[in-house]
Design a binder for this molecule. Structure first.
Ligand code: ATP
Ligand code: MG
Length: 342
């Protein structure tokens, strides 16, 4: 029989978002909804990853600096509560950069190049032969983020699975060097929608690709995005049987509609023939407008009080500095570089 005490034990939840733009529907279903629930049961830290945002924006740092508070406002709008969740800023926590430096000695360039997410991103960002060093090594910096807060449960989209695997490799290597379990392994928590596609169905909805329905999108932009959504290109007439697989409207209805049995009936009618894309899009649009209107309104209030957002980040970052310095000291000791016994 499972130990009931073990089952109720609090986990340390750690996640983050790059400060490369406002948060979108992919974040909402991929991770934010889970974070809102987890904050009631566990200890949670969320990191606004501004340094990681710089790894492909070194030439355009304004893009990162101008989005830090946008991301915090999005958190508050979806219901992340700073009295329950620590919200902190990556660049304000020096231990994270130091840990990255130590860990980078345990990871080969070949291993980084084999990371499938990094590989895909390098190809899609057309760096050519000028891949920024920080970009290639960002999985190491993510390992620093996760381990610095002793994160055990990581609610993420599926593009982050290779990062978690790499983090655990670093944890095992370091614990072997230390001959002690000074770092803890983590595991991912995927949602029912681990990768929300963009409206054209061609790629993951992603801030950097500019293919997003934002949590702050206007009624008009939501309507436009739904109307242009990819469906079944062979479904030319209403009476034709339509295909569900690859049909982005149904992917979104599965992700966002509150009544799965209604959506199943809709799918059956669509497959049989007699249901037009105009109708399915109208149903989806109504559902997204209902979801996003209150979020947009809440967000407008939060973004208008920048001082409050900065305070939340400052308080969270101070707390995080203390936590992460302890881990850094243990790592330095493992490498024998604690001459001053700090
Ligand atoms: P960028 O294009 O700058 O990388 P992004 O849109 O990919 O931005 P991130 O900040 O990289 O967003 O990701 C933050 C978290 O949100 C990660 O856990 C990631 O897996 C998740 N996430 C991002 N996009 C999606 C998506 N389309 N579907 C599900 N989860 C997502
Ligand atoms: Mg990303």
């Amino acid at each position: 029989m499972k130990n009931p005490i073990h089952n109720t034990k609090k986990e340390k939840v750690l996640t983050g978002d790059r400060a490369t733009g406002q948060l979108h529907l992919g974040h909402f279903v991929g991770s934010l909804q889970q974070r809102v629930k987890l904050q009631h049961e566990h200890e949670q830290t969320i990191l606004v990853a501004d340094l990681q945002g710089l790894t492909d924006n070194g030439h355009n740092p304004h893009k990162v600096s101008s989005n830090i508070l946008n991301v915090v406002a999005d958190y508050l709008a979806v219901g992340i509560d700073p009295s329950k969740t620590t919200i902190c800023l990556q660049s304000a926590i020096p231990a994270l950069s130091e840990l990255t430096m130590y860990y980078s000695n345990l990871v080969s360039v070949a291993r980084l190049q084999r990371n499938p997410t990094v590989k895909n991103e390098i190809a899609s960002k057309s760096f050519g032969s000028s891949i920024p060093t920080g970009f290639l090594t960002y999985p190491i910096s993510q390992a620093a983020d996760i381990t610095a807060f002793k994160g055990t449960l990581i609610p993420v989209g599926d593009d982050q699975l290779p990062m978690i695997e790499q983090t655990n490799e670093i944890v095992r290597k370091l614990n072997h060097i230390a001959q002690d379990d000074i770092l803890v392994e983590c595991r991912p928590l995927l949602s029912k929608v681990p990768r929300l596609p963009s409206s054209d169905g061609k790629s993951k909805m992603s801030k950097s690709m500019g293919n997003c329905i934002l949590l702050s999108s206007s009624e008009k932009d939501i309507s436009k995005a739904v109307k242009s959504m990819y469906t079944d290109p062979k479904h030319l007439n209403v009476e034709d049987p339509g295909q569900i697989s690859g049909n982005v409207v149904f992917t979104y209805l599965d992700a966002f509609h509150s009544d799965p049995s209604y959506i199943n009936d809709l799918k059956a009618r669509y497959q049989k023939g007699g249901l037009g894309d105009g109708t399915t899009k109208r149903i989806l649009e109504e559902c997204l407008q209902d979801l996003l209107k209150p979020l947009r309104e809440r967000r407008e209030i939060f973004i208008s009080d920048k001082a409050q957002l900065i305070d939340i980040l400052r308080i969270g970052s101070q707390k995080s500095q203390e936590e992460s310095n302890q881990v850094l000291n243990n790592v330095k000791r493992a490498f024998g570089l604690n001459l001053f016994n700090l």
